[in-house]
Design a protein. Structure first.
Length: 149
């Protein structure tokens, strides 16, 4: 995070079925930005669970979502490509309907996490059509891009 901005409000620290950290949800109200830090080895089921929890956070339930979303996989590994259809056909329309407009994705450095299947290309195209969306290798670049739009 860049200096000069107020500290975020931690809305949720989500744990997986084994009690290990899965995702932290931080809300930056002055920036209308939700920042999700993913942790550990992600599976399709854990990613869907985390994304569902993000949509149902008390601060946003049945209301508008923040305009900006930064989803950071720098501290995560694993292949979750089986979740791509759910993300495209369930999560994406609900997020768009509830006001999400800008999405920055920070990729995992784990080569096993790189999504190269045709479904990933289809999801990437759908995200770019629904939102201003961009992928990054580093959180600082994603933060800058997202907060300057």
């Amino acid at each position: 995070m860049l200096s000069g901005f107020p500290l975020p409000h931690r809305l949720l620290s989500l744990r997986d079925a084994h009690g290990a950290p899965l995702a932290d949800f931080d809300w930056h109200p002055s920036l209308d930005l939700l920042q999700v830090h993913w942790h550990g080895h992600l599976t399709a089921a854990s990613l869907v669970h985390g994304a569902q929890m993000g949509l149902s956070l008390g601060a946003f339930e049945d209301a508008k979502l923040p305009r900006r979303l930064l989803t950071n996989h720098e501290q995560a590994s694993g292949s979750w490509e089986e979740a791509l259809p759910w993300l495209q056909y369930d999560w994406l329309p609900r997020a768009q309907e509830r006001g999400l407009a800008l999405l920055a994705h920070v990729a995992s450095p784990d080569p096993a996490s790189f999504l190269t299947q045709p479904d990933h290309l289809e999801l990437a195209a759908a995200l770019r059509q629904a939102f201003q969306a961009k992928s990054f290798r580093h959180a600082a670049a994603a933060w800058y891009w997202l907060t300057h739009r």
